[in-house]
Write a protein that binds this ligand. Structure first.
Ligand SMILES: C[S@@+](CC[C@H](N)C(=O)[O-])C[C@H]1O[C@@H](n2cnc3c(N)ncnc32)[C@H](O)[C@@H]1O
Length: 329
């Protein structure tokens, strides 16, 4: 196995390592499905935000969020996007340099296909990836940033570190990037306590892009993915970070379990530079075909077989050697 770049104190696994871990996961899957809901409920605590009424930690059968009025052909603001790509290495955080381009390309496809909606992230830290998501948004697509911020006592696995300057740093970068006060809703909350109703109550239309990068424990990952998949526009994309990072096996475990058990219809279509991209089954062919035209999905020389399925669904796997990491990490 080739050595790969270290991050957050851990090294990355190459695709070949998935095979070994998969054996463990299959064994775990057969014995743990029943207790996932109990875990998810147990992890949830209170929230610092009094504005967001908190219900139960799980949400079977929740209603889809309302969608924005459909329109087609919005353009990404090139100036804003360029400003972000020049600036992002000075934001402390974890993101390969390739992701802003991936988000932009996918946004252009979404807007061409009349998919509009909110944009958000669980686990913004100082905003490195969040501001990439935000840079793709149309002026009326709402922006939501969720983190524990000062409430680091609830960061059970210390993911992203436990510094309490996260909100201050996030706001500093928002200001530097020209986001006016109030343009971004900043929510301090334990993500595992949120339900889809929280988003509806506070006027967020169904999401077009949503990043899951909060707590990295198995239960948190699974809970956050289930929540995300339930607040999406039918053509929306959920992006999960640290798949695969051997420092954070809870994410690997959570993602694989989600893929094999979720009732939301969300399936993976792209794995690149430690982020895995999911869409609804109804849009899988469209997104997979698109990324196959954009990226070399057969570049991963260590992948056996060269085209792979997770949970019976094909996805594009980009060779991690194509990823570069610059700036503060
Ligand atoms: C790995 S960092 C996120 C990195 C960030 N996305 C970036 O672009 O650099 C993880 C973040 O998740 C937050 N977090 C951890 N557990 C959480 C929870 N249960 N709810 C909300 N945020 C959580 C942490 O405070 C931390 O800022």
């Amino acid at each position: 196995m080739a050595a790969v770049r270290s991050r957050r104190g851990g090294s990355r696994l190459l695709p070949a390592a998935l095979a070994a871990v998969a054996v463990f996961l299959v064994m775990r899957f057969t014995s743990s499905t029943q207790c996932q809901l109990e875990h998810a409920t147990a992890v949830g605590g209170g929230s610092r935000s009094s504005a967001w009424p908190l219900g139960s930690s799980w949400f079977p059968g929740s209603q889809p969020l309302p969608s924005m009025t459909q329109r087609c052909g919005d353009k990404v603001d090139e100036e804003r996007f360029k400003a972000y790509t020049a600036y992002h290495p000075s934001i402390h955080g974890w993101m390969a340099d390739q992701h802003p381009g991936v988000l932009k390309a996918l946004t252009e496809l979404q807007h061409e296909k009349c998919i509009v909606g909110s944009v958000g992230e669980i686990g913004t830290h100082h905003g490195r990836f969040f501001f990439a998501l935000a840079a793709t948004a149309a002026p009326d697509e709402k922006l939501l940033a969720i983190d524990l911020y000062e409430d680091q006592g609830k960061n059970i696995d210390a993911s992203g570190g436990t510094d309490t300057s996260k909100r201050t740093e996030f706001k500093k970068h928002a200001h530097a990037l020209g986001w006016p006060e109030g343009a971004i809703t900043i929510l301090s909350a334990d993500s595992t306590t949120l339900t889809p109703a929280n988003y509806t109550t506070h006027g967020f239309p169904a999401f077009r892009l949503f990043s899951v990068d909060g707590g990295h424990a198995y239960e948190t990952t699974l809970s956050d993915m289930e929540l995300a998949a339930r607040i999406m526009h039918k053509g929306g994309i959920v992006i999960v970070d640290d798949f695969v990072n051997n420092a954070w096996l809870g994410v690997l475990d959570g993602v694989v379990t989600f893929t094999r058990t979720t009732k939301t219809g969300y399936v993976p279509f792209l794995w690149t530079c430690t982020k895995i991209y999911f869409c609804h089954r109804s849009h899988h062919e469209m997104y997979l075909d698109f990324v196959r035209t954009k990226y070399d999905c057969t570049s991963s020389s260590s992948l056996r077989p060269p085209s792979y399925s997770i949970g019976g669904v094909q996805l594009c796997v980009v060779d991690p050697k194509q990823c570069t990491w610059s700036g503060l990490q």
